[in-house]
Structures are given as structure tokens and as C-alpha cells.
Design a protein around this ligand. Structure first.
Ligand SMILES: Cc1cc2nc3c(=O)[nH]c(=O)nc-3n(C[C@H](O)[C@H](O)[C@H](O)COP(=O)(O)OP(=O)(O)OC[C@H]3O[C@@H](n4cnc5c(N)ncnc54)[C@H](O)[C@@H]3O)c2cc1C
Length: 472
């Protein structure tokens, strides 16, 4: 039987203290959404918000553990909440759930300068951490566009990737140690050592866990030295396909410039506020590192890009991108007008990635009448392949059901094309509630293992129902 709300509030207040239990409907309404464009647009055109039953704001691992054990025993669904910058609906609470907001767990706990790690609570905003370590001569090397609005716990939970990932790696490469609380209230800690060959890497269970296994309560991140020098250059390349081939060549030759970004002509026109000739794409390369490193890498990459047909455009396109890279105010404006603006990031091996770009742009233009714009870029490259990041705008009729119809008509096409081309449905924004329906197909024979993991860690199924794993 469902516990009545008065008893729930009273008992949680006894457990955690009055100031930790939030019931104010205005505050709960703020936690009824994250940054998933589908829900944001639906609310603009009239859909009601589903409020959580209440919100908890723990300050310590112990408070998280007590709260989870209590809620687990009573089978009450729990939604961990960080900065709310997730764009896949991962933190959108299911009906009847309790939100566990970790924003008050915002302490930087330890800097280990000798071994170059920093340990933080999950609610530390990444921009604050970056500024703090910068003052001490280090960088995190992690620069997602959401650096100002995403918290460290959320970044780990969503498998985040930053704009300088080609050199510094993604979040899975940066997590040195971790602490998390299971729904039973048990606390598991994995301390940092340079490498541990003791069974599977248990840290990685939490990378991309999206609140479906428990709550991450502490993270130790690796640090990098502040780079001494930068080299940068923009190039015009004949097409996205040609640009992808150029990147493949220099990545497979062994170079790893921190920023490698290939921007199609539609997006490039917005960045440069000028059009590129024909369908030329813009390639941005930025290298940084200790003295001598950036110049050497830059010279080698430059030679390969020119040999592949790249026309140098100087440093200005890179400077413009550096200035504007985190400015997304236009997104909010469109969403507030009831226009869907969303991003879809996928990845594939080099041999199929250009096919995905060409098929997605051509088919959306031909098959989705409500489409206003489709553009994209590649921003995270590896020796074996790269990602594509599509940005689309669409104007549905002002009705929540119509918004949903148009939204899925775009997403279904992009997911299908990506799967048919042997790519993955998600490069870095996480699965959330948005992509959960495609997870069984994507994982194939490994899907039952994820189900068993969930069953083992969260036998009562209270953790973030419908996120990461689709509802039955
Ligand atoms: C403008 C914009 C730009 C973005 N750019 C990037 C980018 O460049 N790269 C990138 O990777 N992402 C990007 N994102 C996506 C987003 O910032 C990430 O998904 C981010 O990692 C979420 O962190 P958060 O603290 O906001 O988490 P939330 O949105 O609060 O939560 C995200 C998910 O993680 C879970 N969660 C949160 N905290 C915890 C915790 N402590 N323990 C367990 N589970 C938890 C939640 O339940 C939810 O499922 C962008 C988003 C926006 C709005």
C-alpha cells in the first residue's frame, strides 16, 4: 500500500531534519523537468507538469544512505537530481517519486597535488571546480558545453564528453575513484590507484548509470597540468565527407589535437556569420600542451589537412568558436516560442560515419514537413571513428500530442539510420527516458546482463524507473 504523504513527510523529517525535506510546490515544479526539449516544449504549449511527491536535499553520504534505505524499504521511487542540465529526461521524475537533489553536497574535499587528483562531492558545478583547480596550476581537461550548469555527479552519471576530449579523454577516462550509495543504503567506495587489475573495473558501472543503480556521493577526478602553449587553425574543406576523411588520416597517424571539430556549412554560416562557398565545411583544430608540443603537433596536422584538400583560414574561426562555444541562449528563445530545438549525438566507425551524416540530413529534409533546419558537426574523434552531433529545429502545431508526434518522427529516423549504418544511438548525452526504448536493441545479446545488473543492485526497482532501462 502507498504510504500517505503526511506520514512520509513526518518520517523523513525525523530522519533527516526539517530543512532537508522540501514540499513547496514551486520548488517541486522546478524539479519536475530537466533540460529535455520534448518536455520543455510540451509545457510551453500547455501540458501539465507531473510533480514529485517531495524533494530531499541531503548534505552527506550518511544522509543519502539513510534516505535511500528508508525509501527502498517502502518501495518509493527515487530520482537523483544534479544540475538538471541533462537533455534526455533522465532526471524527469516519474509519478509518485521522491527527488534526491544532491546540490547541497557541493564541497571540494581534497586536492592531491603530488598525484594530480581532486576529490569532490557530487553537487560541485564543473565550472567552479575548474576555476578552483586553475588557481592551483591544474585543469580538469573536461569542458562540456554545459560546464556552468552541470555537476560532477551528473557528468559521471551521464557518460559526459567535453569539447577537448580528443586529448584529455571523456569522463570515463577521468574518474580515478568514486563513492556511491546503493538503494539498500550500503556505501561502496573505490579508492584511487594508478591502475587496478582486480576483476572488472567497478568504477565504470557508475559511469552512465543515470541514477538507475544508486546515488554517486563522491568523485575523485584526474587532473592535468595547465598547458603552456596553444596552436590553432581553421580550414575550409570541400564537404563533410572529405573533412571526415582528413580527420581519420591525422587521428590514425597518431596525432590527438585537443579540439577537432568539423562543422557543416549550415552551422558554420551561423558561427562565422558568413556563408562558406557551396557546401564547404569548416574544420577547426586546436592543439595544446607543454612547451614545444602544440607547435609540433600543429605543423604535422597542418601538413595532412592541406594534403587532404583543406584550405587554411587562419586562427579567426577558432577564436570565434572559443568565444561562442557555450552560448545557447537561442535554444531557450525558440523553445519558449513552442519550437522544438534539439540535439542528437551518435557515433560510428570511420567507414560509415559520412553515410550517417548524408542520410540523416537528406531524409529529414525530405520526410519531415515540420522541419525548419538540420545541421551538425563532428566533435569527438578517436582512432576507430568519430561522433556526429545533429541540431534540428521543427515547428509542430501548438498541441502537446503534436509536439510529441513531430519530435519522435525526427528521432526515430535518426536512430534507425544510425543503427542501420552500424553506429551507436548515443555518444554522450545519456539515455534518460528519451532513448530508453532503443537500449535493448542496441545492446543485443548484452541487454540481459544490464537487466541482471539492475536487478542485483536495485532489486525493488526504486531507482529512477524508466531512465536508462525502459519500463517493462
Ligand atoms: C546547453 C547544454 C549543453 C550540453 N553540453 C554537453 C556536452 O558538451 N557534453 C555532454 O556530455 N553533455 C552535455 N550536455 C548534457 C548535460 O550537461 C549532461 O548530461 C550532464 O552530465 C548532466 O549533469 P547534471 O548535474 O545537470 O545532471 P542532471 O541533469 O541533474 O541528471 C542527469 C542524470 O544523472 C542522474 N544523476 C545526477 N546526479 C546524480 C548522482 N549524484 N548520482 C547518480 N545519478 C545522478 C540523474 O538521475 C539523471 O538521470 C549539455 C546540456 C545542455 C543543456
Amino acid at each position: 500500500m502507498t504510504l500517505d504523504s503526511q506520514t512520509l513527510i513526518r518520517e523523513l523529517t525525523e530522519l533527516l531534519g526539517e530543512d532537508r525535506v522540501i514540499t513547496d510546490p514551486e520548488k517541486l515544479a522546478e524539479r519536475a523537468v530537466d533540460t529535455w526539449p520534448l518536455r520543455l516544449v510540451q509545457h510551453v504549449v500547455g501540458a501539465d507538469k507531473v510533480l514529485p511527491r517531495l524533494m530531499l536535499r541531503p548534505r552527506s553520504t550518511d544522509e543519502v544512505a539513510r534516505a535511500l534505505a528508508y525509501l527502498n524499504e517502502r518501495r518509493i521511487p527515487v530520482v537523483p537530481y544534479g544540475g538538471g542540465s541533462g537533455v534526455a529526461g533522465g532526471a524527469v521524475p516519474a509519478a509518485e517519486s521522491v527527488v534526491v537533489d544532491v546540490s547541497d553536497m557541493n564541497q571540494i574535499l581534497r586536492l592531491d597535488a603530488d598525484n594530480m587528483t581532486v576529490t569532490v562531492q557530487p553537487g560541485v558545478f564543473l565550472a567552479d571546480l575548474e576555476a578552483w583547480v586553475n588557481e592551483r596550476g591544474f585543469i580538469t581537461g573536461h569542458y562540456p558545453q554545459s560546464i556552468d550548469v552541470a555537476q560532477v555527479g551528473g557528468l559521471v552519471a551521464t557518460f559526459s564528453a567535453g569539447q577537448f576530449s580528443t586529448k584529455y579523454g571523456n569522463i570515463e577516462d577521468m574518474v580515478a575513484g568514486l563513492e556511491a550509495v546503493l538503494p539498500s543504503g550500503e556505501v561502496m567506495r573505490i579508492e584511487y590507484v594508478p591502475r587496478r587489475a582486480v576483476g572488472p573495473d567497478l568504477r565504470q558501472i557508475w559511469v552512465g548509470s543515470e541514477g538507475a543503480f544508486g546515488v554517486i556521493t563522491e568523485v575523485t577526478l584526474k587532473l592535468f597540468p595547465k598547458p603552456a602553449e596553444r596552436w590553432m587553425q581553421g580550414y575550409a574543406v570541400p564537404s563533410m565527407r572529405d573533412g571526415l576523411t582528413i580527420i581519420q588520416r591525422f587521428m590514425q597517424a597518431g596525432w590527438k589535437p585537443a579540439v577537432v571539430r568539423l562543422i557543416d556549412f549550415v552551422e558554420a554560416a551561423r558561427l562565422l556569420q558568413d556563408t562558406m562557398p557551396g557546401e564547404e565545411a569548416l574544420l577547426i583544430v586546436l592543439s595544446e600542451g607543454p612547451k614545444g608540443y602544440a607547435q609540433a603537433e600543429g605543423a604535422a596536422v597542418d601538413e595532412l589537412v592541406r594534403a587532404g584538400g583543406g584550405r587554411p583560414m587562419g586562427e579567426r574561426p577558432v577564436e570565434l568558436w572559443l568565444e561562442r562555444r557555450n552560448d545557447v541562449h537561442e535554444f531557450d528563445q525558440y523553445i519558449n516560442m513552442g519550437i522544438i530545438v534539439d540535439t542528437i549525438e551518435v557515433a560510428a566507425p570511420w567507414t560509415r560515419i559520412a553515410d550517417i551524416y548524408e542520410q540523416v540530413t537528406a531524409r529529414l529534409k525530405a520526410e519531415v514537413p515540420e522541419l525548419l533546419v538540420i545541421m551538425g558537426h563532428s566533435s569527438h574523434s578517436y582512432i576507430q571513428g568519430t561522433n556526429l552531433y545533429f541540431i534540428f529545429g521543427a515547428q509542430p502545431p501548438r498541441d502537446p500530442a503534436e509536439v510529441e508526434r513531430v519530435y519522435w518522427s525526427v528521432w526515430e529516423r535518426v536512430m534507425a539510420i544510425t543503427r542501420e549504418c552500424g553506429g551507436t544511438i548515443c555518444h554522450h548525452h545519456g539515455i534518460g527516458k528519451l532513448r530508453a526504448r532503443w537500449v535493448p536493441e542496441e545492446l543485443g545479446s548484452a541487454w540481459p546482463l544490464l537487466q541482471r545488473l539492475k536487478q542485483t543492485l536495485d532489486p525493488n526497482g526504486i531507482m529512477n524507473p524508466g531512465t536508462l532501462l525502459p519500463r517493462a
